[in-house]
Design a protein around this ligand. Structure first.
Ligand code: HEM
Length: 573
């Protein structure tokens, strides 16, 4: 026992020689002032080595603790705030462990880098909770009160009252997952959404009057159309944004400052813009519920309102839960669409190839003498089945921007194992973060060109026949495990909106590239759009944003100014 303690002490990453020298000097030096100074210095120096000592004494089966080099307990927290999502990549570069842990104040954050371990950890388990953790954040994001938290948290993971007793959260979660799975409800939602896109985009640049153009930020353009269309589709014609159009701006002001609301320290001062916007959104959704506008909304919202009432939520709190759902609906879809479009527009050759490829999905494409007056429809099912380069570019865009870690909290100490790895002990109270950003960029998984944006990465390398059109888009490139592509999470917590998202994003971008020419605004020099830099230094709540959005000029494509476009859900040739 004593020998093992000594062994661990000696092996700890602690400069013992330095400490011993200082301590000895402190004891032998004649001046009491210098002695006190050196003793205090020595105590402080040893305190600064606390994490190295903790690492030396940790259970060898735990994921290795990476001591912060300067500041114990706080250093990694500051690092995460300072460097945002790329902090895990920075630590990983210097350590190269498949899994490691960081001391963060009183808890340990376990960072998972290896997809095989992520596969093992993300399985449904009685020892791990997702909602237990996420609810604490949600509460602060939309300002829920104690009685509401009590109702929502009832039998959260089916532990207190068994898995068959459904509380509000479980009831709502099951309903949303069911509604957004392939089937009639999803088809009906997508149909409404695509009609909305068609209408909004046809009106965006007027069809009459050749050469008209609109100048707008590219992200701004997508925010406008997506917010209005999704609000109509999900929340119906009397949705808060239809009644109060200024809320579109409020929603994105709120979204931009959400991270600042999480500490909940005087948010009306420390995160004022976001807090003010949230106040307006909460009030509008309160009105939405109170006035019964949810009765004209999608079946998802009608059912949610009924569950909320049954479980005793007030109209005010019920409205607030919609604000967070709306963030789930728009928060990732909008920046994903931005990057997908920006990657295409900034590569003229890719744009040409995609215009050519997506023409396979355009129907009613009649070459009459009056082509300008034609109506044209894009079929989503044909986009998905006949346009592999387009689909592959969508997936590659997601790989490049999705750096939100999948999180879990350990509720019971247990071990996990995966092929090729020793078993790892996860302790109760550990916070797990599966580091999607690091996993999506690993050359080990994606090849030596992992850092490159390769639009065709997800296509079969050879055509399945002599016809190049027969190349198809893959769900995953060869030899990439499914846990290595995780923009929609993984395992027990998978985004239920992924099918809806793919349909809306492919449709919107196909409409944009076929209807419009986008150039950089003259103030930015005109010409093809330059791909903006990714902002990877924020604590993410969604996929990455650009550091600066390009300002663009949008014109109808020459020769098709009068065409009325539609995008349709299920149209086969
Ligand atoms: C490209 C677009 C999208 C991306 C990248 C995305 C990503 C994600 C991720 C990663 C999660 C899991 C959260 C986590 O592990 O922390 C999630 C959850 C969720 N997403 Fe999405 N999402 C997208 C679009 C959508 C859309 C369009 C909807 C709704 C129509 C939606 C609804 C939801 C909901 C309701 C949850 C919570 C799931 C639960 O509580 O079990 N998402 N999304």
């Amino acid at each position: 026992m004593v020998a093992s303690t000594l062994h661990r002490l000696l092996n700890a990453d602690v400069p013992w020689l330095h400490h011993v020298l200082i301590l000895t000097s402190a004891l032998v030096l004649p001046s009491s002032g210098i002695r006190t100074f050196l003793s205090v210095h020595c105590v402080i120096a040893i305190l600064f080595d606390t994490e190295a000592l903790l690492a030396a004494f940790q259970n060898p089966n735990e994921p290795p603790l990476i001591p912060h080099p300067y500041l114990p307990f706080l250093g990694h927290v500051v690092g995460m705030f300072w460097y945002g999502a790329k902090y895990f990549a920075l630590v990983n570069t210097s350590t190269q462990h498949p899994i490691f842990s960081l001391q963060t104040l009183t808890t340990r954050t376990v960072v998972v880098i290896d997809p095989a371990l992520a596969t093992a950890i993300q399985k449904k388990s009685p020892h791990l909770t997702f909602y237990g953790l996420i609810l604490r954040v949600t509460r602060r994001l939309v300002d829920l009160d104690n009685p509401t938290m009590k109702i929502i948290s009832w039998n959260l993971d089916g532990v207190e009252h068994g898995p068959h007793e459904k509380g509000l959260l479980k009831e709502s979660e099951d309903m949303i997952h069911g509604s957004l799975s392939p089937g009639p409800i999803l088809n009906s939602l997508s149909t409404t959404q695509l009609e909305q896109f068609s209408t909004l985009l046809n009106d965006f640049v007027p069809r009459i009057g050749d050469g008209q153009s609109v100048g707008i930020g590219l992200m701004e353009f997508i925010k406008q159309i997506f917010t209005v269309a999704n609000a109509y589709t999900i929340y119906g014609p009397s949705n808060p944004f239809a009644l109060h159009p200024r809320l579109v701006q409020s929603f994105w002001d709120y979204e931009a400052g959400m991270v600042g609301l999480i500490p909940n320290i005087l948010p009306s001062i420390t995160s004022r813009k976001s807090w003010k916007a949230r106040t307006a959104l909460n009030a509008a959704f309160h009105e939405f519920v109170e006035n019964g506008h949810f009765r004209q909304a999608s079946s998802i919202i009608q059912k949610r309102a009924a569950f909320n009432m049954k479980h005793g939520l007030t109209a005010d709190m019920s409205g607030r839960t919609e604000v967070i759902l709306l963030f789930g609906i728009l928060g990732n879809a909008v920046p994903t669409t931005f990057w997908f479009l920006a990657h295409i527009l900034s590569r003229p050759e890719l744009l040409d190839a995609i215009r050519q490829e997506t023409s396979r999905a355009i129907i009613n494409h009649q070459h009459t003498t009056n082509e300008k007056e034609n109506a044209r429809s894009i079929s989503v099912s044909l986009l998905k089945s006949q346009c592999p380069l387009f689909v592959s570019t969508y997936r590659e865009s997601l790989r490049h921007i999705a750096n939100l870690s999948s999180v879990r909290m350990v509720t019971g100490t247990h071990t996990v194992s995966a092929p090729g790895h020793p078993s790892y002990l996860l302790n109760k109270g550990n916070i797990i973060q599966m580091a999607s950003g690091v996993i999506h960029a690993a050359p080990r998984t994606w090849g030596s060109d992992a850092a490159e944006f390769r639009p065709e990465r997800w296509m079969t390398s050879t055509p399945t026949s002599s016809d190049d059109k027969k190349r198809t888009a893959l769900l995953l490139p060869k030899s990439v495990p499914s846990a290595a592509f995780r923009p929609f999470g993984g395992g027990a917590v998978l985004c239920p909106g992924r099918h809806f998202a793919m349909t809306e994003i492919l449709s919107f971008v196909a409409l944009c590239v076929n209807m419009f020419d986008f150039t950089e605004d003259a103030v930015q020099g005109g010409g093809a759009i330059k791909l903006p830099e990714k902002d990877d230094s924020r604590m993410p709540l969604s996929v990455m944003k650009p550091v600066k959005e390009p300002i663009v000029r949008v014109r109808r494509r020459a020769g098709t100014e009068g065409v009325k476009w539609r995008v349709e859900w299920r149209v086969e040739l």
